[in-house]
Design a protein around this ligand. Structure first.
Ligand code: DI6
Ligand code: FE
Length: 409
């Protein structure tokens, strides 16, 4: 059937919203673009580029950015932001000379957060976690990953993941969840680590997969966490249930966790202070993203630097995240995480920005959906009152966010 369009539709491109008079830092091969504009229709980017090349859009709403900078909305790809209580008292004790082991033996550490989290209702978890989520949102975050791992029983892990999903309904932000049952050994399994891993693999992962509560499965591969052999069983269970994996690897020592994760096609391996050359090659071959967590490095006063130069030379994409957690990185600022990544790890400004946008999206398996200003992607934007993108990384404590757009609004 022949359909004749009205004249205007032939010569103009209708769209819902236009941001004009902006500078773009696209986190795409297009790089930075001056005198640019972004067009959005049905929540998707339909144009992001120079004003001079743009088709003749007709928008329902036009926004004059007055020369501000637009970046993709920021993405925090590694957080434990759903939990109850805090560990400020432990921080004080450590300042007074107590060691991590002494605190753990006195009932502190991960187990204290586990107890508080088990005692919390879903409602409590949501309300305590919203404050942390709001801090991230206030600095332009449009997608946030949230891990379980402080419940350590099926019941409490489900409650944490439900709370995480609820956060994405309470606020206009994308929430991605990771099941981290293999985070720590709950006290009722003391001395029976393999039995706990059995429970994770045969009870927890099937139940959580069936409920659709996790987008990925994570683990803590470390002398004080779980061995590579135990993590491998978790990964096999994840694979059997169609869930991608990621891993806390090489944070405190080299257990060759990154290479194991790479063998399972992991989306990301995270921390990586003790990563070796073989781990880097394995990650490169599998396309696994390196997630650096400078907040944990800073807060624990770690001195072993992740091998940034070797990752760069191997072209392993680097992401940067907060690791927001009460024990080793009580950080709710991606701007500060970027500053730390630059100051402590010597990442460039462009690497920091890619780290909290496109590479963070890839670390969540969302590289085609968000994280850059490219046609077809979700229109997730951060609009900044800055003269250059370097200001996002160099400033400490000033929040230059002017506006945040999630799915076009
Ligand atoms: N890496 C860490 O540093 C922690 N968890 C993890 O996987 C610590 C979490 C805590 O102390 O609560
Ligand atoms: Fe973590």
């Amino acid at each position: 059937m022949q359909v004749s369009l009205p004249m205007a539709a032939e010569s103009h491109f209708p769209c819902e919203r236009l941001w004009l008079n902006a500078n773009l830092d696209t986190s795409s091969p297009s790089g930075r673009i001056a005198d640019a504009m972004v067009a959005c229709d049905k929540g998707r980017i339909v144009y992001a580029g120079p004003r001079s090349d743009a088709p003749p859009f007709v928008a329902v709403e036009e926004v004059d950015c007055e020369g501000r900078w637009i970046t993709p909305g920021l993405i925090d790809c590694h957080t434990h932001l759903v939990h109850a209580g805090n560990r400020a008292r432990e921080f004080e004790l450590r300042l007074a000379g107590a060691t991590y082991e002494e605190i753990a033996r006195a009932g502190g550490g991960i187990v204290s957060t586990m107890k508080a989290t088990r005692d919390a209702t879903e409602e409590d978890l949501v309300s305590q976690s919203l404050a942390r989520l709001d801090a991230l949102i206030s600095e332009g975050a449009t997608t946030v990953e949230v891990k379980s791992g402080y419940g350590l029983s099926l019941d409490a892990e489900i409650r944490m993941l439900r709370a995480a999903k609820r956060l994405g309904k309470e606020r206009r932000v994308g929430v991605v969840t990771s099941f981290l049952g293999a985070h720590a050994l709950p006290p009722e399994f003391a001395g029976r680590t393999d039995d706990y891993i059995d429970h994770v693999c045969t009870d927890m992962i099937p139940a959580i997969a069936a409920l659709g509560l996790a987008d990925a499965v994570d683990g803590f591969c470390e002398s004080i966490g779980f061995s590579p052999a135990q993590i491998e069983r978790v990964f096999m269970s994840a694979r059997a249930h169609g869930l991608p994996v990621k891993l806390h690897a090489e944070q405190l020592s080299n257990s060759h966790g990154a290479a194991l994760a790479a063998r399972y096609g992991a989306l990301s391996a995270d921390h990586l202070e003790y990563l070796d050359a073989a781990g880097i090659q394995a990650m490169k071959a599998s396309g696994t993203i390196a997630v650096l967590l400078p907040g944990a490095y800073y807060f624990t006063r770690e001195t072993q630097m992740p091998p940034v130069g070797a990752l760069r030379d191997a072209n392993v994409p680097i992401a940067v995240a907060t690791d927001c957690n009460p024990g080793t990185s009580p950080l709710t600022s991606l701007l500060l995480a970027m500053n730390m990544a630059a100051t402590l790890f010597r990442l460039t400004v462009d690497e920091c920005l890619a780290g909290v946008t496109i590479n963070a999206a890839r670390a969540l398996g969302l590289g085609n959906e968000t994280g850059s200003l490219e046609i077809g992607k979700s229109c997730d934007l951060a609009i900044w009152d800055i003269g250059s993108p370097a200001e996002l990384v160099s400033n400490i404590g000033k929040n230059p966010l002017h506006a945040r757009i999630w799915r076009g609004q």
